[in-house]
Write a protein that binds this ligand. Structure first.
Ligand code: NAD
Ligand code: DAU
Length: 355
């Protein structure tokens, strides 16, 4: 079996569902169920013996040791993290704790487990670290996309904490020989995306007739990947990636934020027209995010060349599925918009507080 951390979050839950559907291998899913973790994402697996959920923290070494000795996973896929850049600006401590200390604790537990395995199991073991393109910093308009050799230049507390964890993973391979894999992926979107992030926030705000807050001039560029393509990319790397290597995963879909928001508005006009008028009327430019990276772009040729992975969805097909998913799941949306969520919106988008 495999051990997944953070499998109740956005990407982790999509990965767990994909894994169970595509392979016959059971998953132990360790998640602390922070505001971002939600077992409703995994409701389809209720009663399915291939999924074992464990409520716990990656900083808890005794818990990690007992899970590893009890289940003897052949691989760990590490998603658990604090993931929202704006939250890292308001409160970086949680990011250092989970992303740096938590990854360190998990690496140490994995190393102890792996060192005690028989030689054949040691050779087959993998520690797969799920990371981000944000560790590479920001690109200018004409710069080449990030390759795996791009220097690390993290600019936010979030990306600095992820960069730190990437370095720990690298060092645990070079120093101790732990068979690690790292993937650095661009912006994901799709089902079960928590509505503090750009795309789901725009969908839920538009449906509620609320302003659509675009930071700065809306010309920042991100590369977008449908989350199920990310899950397939991780499966490909876990199956055949070379230990010690890093692989960039991206969608070949660079878009400005304003293009993204306009696309969401236009799809909603088609699928759920508002009698009050086109959704674009709600677009509101707000104060910029401090230290806002201007452009990310991923060169994903290595994973295609070595492992044959390419995204299956275009942005047009993926964003249509995503908007339709939110229209079809009003209960999920209502449930995640709890008191804590409303408090976050009040902190982040209060007049003058700004991003
Ligand atoms: P998310 O915030 O939706 O989910 C994170 C999950 O980790 C939650 O279920 C949360 O409960 C859990 N968690 C947090 N702290 C924990 C702890 N101390 N112990 C155990 N579990 C804990 O995040 P996401 O968007 O699904 O991202 C998953 C991973 O992918 C992260 O490592 C992130 O850096 C990386 N990533 C995300 C994106 C993206 O676009 N969302 C892109 C590239 C890489
Ligand atoms: O690039 C990969 C990263 O993508 C992941 O590592 C992160 O975990 C993930 O959260 C995401 O980070 P971003 O900061 O790019 O995502 P976010 O959805 O927060 O913002 C996307 C862009 O939209 C960014 O340029 C900021 C802008 N934005 C965001 C919000 C929430 C707005 O203009 N308005 C908003 O209200």
């Amino acid at each position: 079996m495999i051990l997944v951390t953070g499998g109740a979050g956005f990407i982790g839950s999509n990965f767990v569902l994909d894994w169970v559907a595509e392979t016959s291998e059971p998953v132990v899913n360790l998640d602390a169920l922070t505001y971002a973790g939600n077992l409703r994402n995994l409701a389809a697996l209720q009663g399915d013996a291939r999924h074992v959920f464990v409520h716990g923290d990656i900083c808890d070494r005794p818990l990690l040791d007992s899970l590893l000795s009890r289940y003897r996973p052949r691989a760990i896929v590490h998603f658990a993290a604090e993931s929202h850049v704006d939250r890292s600006i308001h409160g970086p401590a949680a990011f250092v704790r989970t992303n740096v200390e938590g990854s360190f604790t998990l690496l140490e537990a994995a190393r102890a487990h792996w060192s005690a395995l028989p030689a054949d199991e040691q050779g087959a073991f993998r520690f797969h670290h799920v990371s981000t393109d944000e560790v590479y910093g920001s690109l200018g308009p004409g710069d080449a996309a990030f390759t795996e050799d791009h220097p690390y230049q993290p600019n936010s507390p979030y990306s600095a904490s992820k960069a730190a964890s990437d370095h720990l993973v690298r060092a645990w391979h070079h120093t101790y020989g732990l068979p690690v894999l790292t993937t650095n992926c661009s912006n994901n979107y799709g089902p079960w995306h928590f509505p503090e992030k750009l795309i789901p926030l725009m969908i839920v705000n538009a449906l509620a007739g609320k302003p659509l807050p675009v930071y700065g001039d809306g010309q920042n560029v991100r590369d977008w990947l449908y989350v199920k393509d990310h899950a397939a990319g991780i499966r490909a790397v876990l199956a055949a990636g070379r230990p010690g290597e890093t692989y960039n995963i991206g969608g070949w879909n660079e878009k400005t934020n304003l293009e993204i928001v306009h696309t969401v508005c236009d799809l909603l006009d088609e699928l759920r027209p508002d009698p009050a008028g086109p959704y674009r009327r709600l677009v509101t430019f707000v104060k910029d995010r401090p230290g806002h990276d201007r452009r990310y772009a991923i060169d994903a040729r290595k994973i295609e060349r070595e492992l044959g992975w390419r995204p299956a969805e275009t942005f047009e097909t993926g964003i249509r599925k995503t908007v339709q998913w939110y229209l079809d799941h009003p209960d999920w949306v209502a449930e995640v918009q709890s008191g804590a969520y409303r408090q976050w919106l009040a902190t982040q988008y209060a007049p003058g507080a700004g991003a």
